[in-house]
Design a binder for this molecule. Structure first.
Ligand SMILES: NC(=O)c1ccc[n+]([C@@H]2O[C@H](COP(=O)([O-])OP(=O)(O)OC[C@H]3O[C@@H](n4cnc5c(N)ncnc54)[C@H](OP(=O)(O)O)[C@@H]3O)[C@@H](O)[C@H]2O)c1
Length: 314
């Protein structure tokens, strides 16, 4: 394909500008920025120039002049706008949870299940930020020795909840910097916890994987941290796990990585690999920049995979 015509919907949020930054770094020339009517006419930075923000309407997106569309809007707007862009002939990479668990829609972390992207019918779903970093760390271990169970506690940054939550955290005095939980309850757990389990099972192709999550929002601007405990089919020492992860794509093994270390980086940092003192498995600590590999970068890598394999057409 000649230079793809690219749309970035949600260009004024927390994730959209990172998508624009990564596209500009890669030298894409034909890029349009979209957001809601509230932002129409404003500008966003694209490399060394400014793009005027257009209102994303179903009519504009269905007009047929986009090949590839990155959506970084909420589930409501995505549910309405993505099908319009698909109708217009664009392949859509959607970061909301609107389509992630829909049968037939691939949910993709390229390093883990990249081949699934090629089965798309116009939509490829980008997993939740917490799911992406967890999959980068656990899929190589699963491939080596088989996962038997996963327990995870997350410490998720304010930026994971969008640009308004980032502004809220920035504007508060540090002593008053606490942030609230912001996920709806689904039965007796947060929706975020159920998403993390369901998405991980879909990506790994392990529908019955025992998986327990506790998610928390913490007053950190960027970077999600996770404490993870796994049991595996075959026993694995911490040294063997570190060896496997050292050669895994997008993973760097580090001693005691923090969210601050992860900020601005493209890789997932895994450290504190040690025996689980309460069981037979391992404990790990996983951190990642949720706006980059946890969102924008993963979406760009999906697009690059589709372009490389000439799989952009639905
Ligand atoms: N933040 C993360 O770390 C992360 C990671 C993975 C996935 N995600 C997902 O990615 C999506 C975007 O997240 P975010 O954190 O960037 O959110 P955000 O900061 O709240 O930004 C939302 C963006 O969507 C636009 N928007 C809202 N309603 C719209 C509509 N009806 N039509 C067109 N555009 C509309 C907003 O434009 P206006 O400025 O005009 O309102 C803004 O550009 C969400 O689905 C989120 O769950 C986020």
């Amino acid at each position: 394909m000649a230079e793809p015509r690219i749309g970035v919907v949600g260009a004024t949020g927390a994730v959209g500008p990172v998508v624009l930054e990564l596209l500009a770094e890669r030298g894409h020339g034909d890029v349009r920025a979209f957001a809601s009517g509230r932002s129409a006419g404003s500008t966003v930075t694209y490399g060394d120039r400014e793009l005027e923000v257009e209102e994303a309407t179903t009519e504009v997106l269905a007009a047929g002049d986009l090949d590839l569309c990155f959506f970084s809007v909420g589930t409501g707007p995505s549910s309405e706008l993505v099908p319009a862009a698909v109708e217009g002939g664009a392949v859509c990479i959607d970061k909301s949870s609107a389509f992630r668990l829909v049968d037939g829609v691939p949910l993709v972390v390229p390093e883990v299940n990249g081949d699934a992207a090629e089965t798309h019918q116009g939509i490829v779903a980008n997993p939740n930020c917490s799911t992406i970093q967890l999959m980068c760390a656990l899929a190589p271990l699963h491939e080596a020795v088989g996962l038997r169970s996963v327990r995870v506690a997350t410490y998720q940054s304010a930026s994971g909840a969008g640009i308004d939550r980032m502004d809220e955290l920035r504007s508060k005095a540090p002593a008053d910097g606490n942030v609230d939980m912001d996920w709806p309850l689904e039965g007796d757990e947060f929706e975020e916890e159920a998403k993390l389990r369901a998405e991980s099972r879909k990506i790994l192709g392990l529908p019955g994987l025992p998986f327990s999550a506790t998610c928390a929002r913490v007053p950190v601007l960027v970077g999600h941290s996770q404490a993870v405990w796994i049991e595996t089919e075959d026993r694995l020492t911490p040294e063997e796990a570190a060896e496997i992860l050292a050669t895994a794509p997008s993973v760097t093994v580090a001693e005691h990585p923090t969210a601050k270390d992860a900020r601005g980086r493209d890789d997932v940092l895994v450290g504190r690999i040690r025996p689980d003192r309460a069981g037979e498995g391992l404990a790990l600590w996983v951190v990642c920049d949720n706006l980059r590999k946890g969102a924008a970068l993963n979406a760009i890598q999906i697009a690059e995979l589709l372009l490389e394999r000439q799989a952009l057409a639905a």
